[in-house]
Design a protein around this ligand. Sequence first.
Ligand SMILES: [Zn+2]
Length: 81
Amino acid sequence: MSPPVPLSAARREPAAAPAPSPAGDAETGMTVEEQELGLISAQGLYQMRCECGRSWFELSLPNLAKCPACNKVGVVRLLGS
Ligand SMILES: [Zn+2]
């Protein structure tokens, strides 16, 4: 177990010194513009991997899966559990 790293110390940002910009240059500096938000779709995928080395993806986690390469039906075991 490693000691927890405090995020506040790790994400220390340098002090932002206001850079002297020449007069008339309005493009520099931080400007936060309001943007219309889009919609991003997310989907979980399970990566299946057969003993033969073939891997493919399934949208849901089946109990049994058939390898598209060697046609062998195998019991799906979720890694990390
Ligand atoms: Zn296979």
